[in-house]
Structures are given as C-alpha cells and as structure tokens.
Design a protein around this ligand. Structure first.
Ligand code: GLA
Length: 375
C-alpha cells in the first residue's frame, strides 16, 4: 500500500470517493430513455489529487503495475488503454466541454470488484470527475459530472453505455435507491430500509465475465434503436405496455423480444416504486424474479452461472433474484429474509460446487452514499 505522498513526493490537495452500484431493477432501459432504480454500494474508488503548475496528467493506481502513467496535454482517444484510460477519459471529456482542467497528479485506490457488473469503471470515472470539479472549482452539479463521465466512457474508452452507472455513482444517497428517469435525469431518492422489514439484499458475484459481453452490448443497443426507428418513436420508452402487442407484429422477429423486455422492464421499475412507496418491500421479490426471466428469455444476457444463482437462491427460500448490470456474467441480486440469508448463500455455494464452478463471492448490498469529498 503506497500513498499519494510517497508516489508523487508532495501532499495532496484532497481525496474524493465514488461508489460502485447494484441495480435493483431497470436493466437495459437506460439507453432507451427509460427508468432505472440503482443503489450505491459501500465499495468505492478513491481519487487523491494535487493540481500541477503544468499541463501534465500523471496517474498511479494501487491496483496497477506500480508505475506512473504520464500523459501530455494532447490527450486523445486511443492515447492510453487499461485502467488509466478511465481517469484520462474524464479529464479529456471535461476539457472538450471547455472546462478549465489543468495538469493533475492522481492516485487511485478502489475496492469495487472489477468485472463483476458492479460499475467499477463508473466509480473510477466519477471519483476523478468529482476531484476535478473540486480542485479546479468547475462548479458542475452531480448530473453534469455524471454526463461528462458517461461521455468519457462512450467517446474515449469506446463503450456505448447508458447513463445509469455514472448517475448512480454521483447521485445515490445513503439508505435509499435512486429512481431515475434517464430521459431528463429527473430523480427521487426512494428510502430502502431493508433491516426495518427484516430483509437483506445479497450480491452474489459469480466471478465470471464472458467476452461475448463487449460487442454484444453495442449490438443490443443498436437493435433497440432500430426497433424504435421502425416504430417511428424517439425511443422504446415511448411505447406504452398497452400498445406492445400491436407494435410487435410490425417488427422483424429478431427485434420483438428486445422490445418486449424493454417495455415490460420499464413497467417493472414503476411497479417496484409503487411497492417501495407502500413499504411492501417483500413484494419486490416476484418482480425481481420476473425481471430475470425477461433478461434470460427475451434479452438473452444472462448465462448459466447467473441463472444457477437465481434458481438455487429461489429453491433455498429467497424472495426474489435477478442478474444485475449488463449481463454475460457478473453479479446477481438476491432479496432474502435476513434470518434466511446465510442458508441461501450456502445453498448457492453448494450449487456452484456441484456444477464445478469456482466459489462465488457474496456480500450484503447496503444502500450507501454517492460521490463525495472525503478529506
Ligand atoms: C451496463 C451499462 C449501463 C446499463 C447496464 C444495463 O452497466 O453501463 O449503462 O445499460 O449495463 O442495464
């Protein structure tokens, strides 16, 4: 464990932290202008930074190879790859927007599990965005920083993600899930007091990431956009559930399941909001499980490992379970009565052992705070 001072030889100006997230429901809806309901994890990426007098960007990661990555002012997409692309991308995106972001020394340390569908990249981007805002006095609000971080990932890193992960990392609040309309970024903190209802949300990280995911995400997004264009709609968000059947018959067969998932998933987010507002948290379970079935059968982004977590958890008494994040591996969210939590987790581990899979990592998702200055 090194610290900023030992890497860069001077004291830092400050430390900013931004969390990873799990999404309660609303998967693959964000790039369709739809609804999402993520919560921030206690796990964070931390950016410790110091302004420089020149225009160099120097980056160091505790999780890296022990070397400093030094970049000049001519930052362009492709100039850097690997973990350093994310902080570089954020500086690039802010500068491209005309923000006065000068040279910076950045020390990164993160405990957000990587490649687990828990938004370790967004956490890193948002920690750096918040740090730039702080040290350069940019005066951007959390949504403005989230949008810059999303553009960084879309245009510099080259991943065509929606805005959910960055908005979750910037805007979530402790004890709540974030109900976000990704069309206009209007949002509401929805209290999620699981303990008061005797409930727990478990995250089961399958520790698998299928390569398939990288290109497939872009293909799914393109399919959704093509369907909206064929239906003459701005986005699939504009197709109400009552019009779904009539719309499906107008579409080529391969696009129909995508549209069905997005329309029913948006409805499931709203159903969950109604249940949360009524304090009926246990009733979320079947809605989560229905969301998984839709991702598995219609959107086809689950995989054998995530399906096995869901079926084993439900068989052991969980109230509901679904894969969370982009899919093709990653994590599953399990809603369970607190006293059943250990039994469900061990049933999932036993099912993995029986299937010959590596042991999954399990932890409780405690709704935590969004990006903040920590010192
Ligand atoms: C990834 C993307 C998000 C979102 C989810 C699926 O996490 O980064 O924008 O599309 O997949 O809901």
């Amino acid at each position: 464990m090194t610290d900023f001072q030992s890497v860069f030889g001077a004291a830092p100006d400050g430390v900013w932290a931004a969390p990873g997230r799990v999404n309660l429901i609303g998967e693959h809806t964000d790039y369709n202008d739809g609804f999402v309901l993520p919560l921030a994890l206690p796990h964070t990426a931390r950016a410790t930074v110091r302004r420089r007098d020149d225009d160099l960007l120097r980056l160091y990661s505790e999780q890296g190879d022990g070397r400093i990555t030094e970049l000049g002012p001519d930052l362009d997409p492709g100039a850097v790859t690997g973990w350093a692309a994310y902080p570089a991308a954020v500086v690039w995106a802010l500068r491209k927007d005309g923000r006065a972001v000068g040279g910076l020394d950045v020390h990164i340390d993160s405990d957000v599990p990587g490649g687990a569908g828990l938004s370790s990249s967004a956490a890193l981007e948002c920690a750096v965005a918040a740090a730039c805002d702080g040290v350069f006095g940019l005066g951007l609000d959390p949504a403005g920083l989230a949008l810059a971080a999303q553009r960084a990932e879309n245009e510099f890193v080259g991943v065509p993600c929606g805005v959910m992960d960055q908005m979750a990392s910037m805007c979530c609040a402790e004890g709540s899930a974030l109900f976000l309309d990704t069309r206009d970024l209007s949002r509401r903190q929805v209290p999620l007091d699981l303990a008061a209802r005797g409930l727990r949300l478990l995250v089961v990280d399958t520790r698998v990431k299928h390569d398939l995911g990288d290109g497939a995400y872009a293909g799914l997004r393109a399919g959704c956009e093509r369907a909206a264009a064929l239906l003459d709609l701005p986005a699939l968000r504009d197709l109400p559930p009552v019009a779904l059947d009539g719309a499906l018959v107008q579409l080529p067969a391969e696009l129909r399941p995508l549209v069905r998932h997005v329309v029913t998933e948006n409805a499931r987010v709203q159903e969950c909001i109604t249940l949360l507002d009524a304090g009926d948290l246990a009733a979320l379970g079947p809605v989560l499980t229905a969301g998984h079935a839709s991702l598995r059968d219609d959107f086809r982004v689950s995989c054998a490992e995530t399906d096995l977590v869901v079926s084993a958890a439900l068989a052991a008494g969980a109230l509901g379970a679904r894969m969370t994040g982009g899919g093709f591996g990653g994590s599953v969210l399990v809603l369970v009565a607190a006293e059943e939590s250990e039994a469900v987790a061990s049933a999932v581990r036993a099912a993995f052992a029986a299937a010959g899979y590596a042991e999954p990592r399990t932890f409780a998702a405690v709704p935590s705070a969004g990006a903040r200055r920590v010192s």
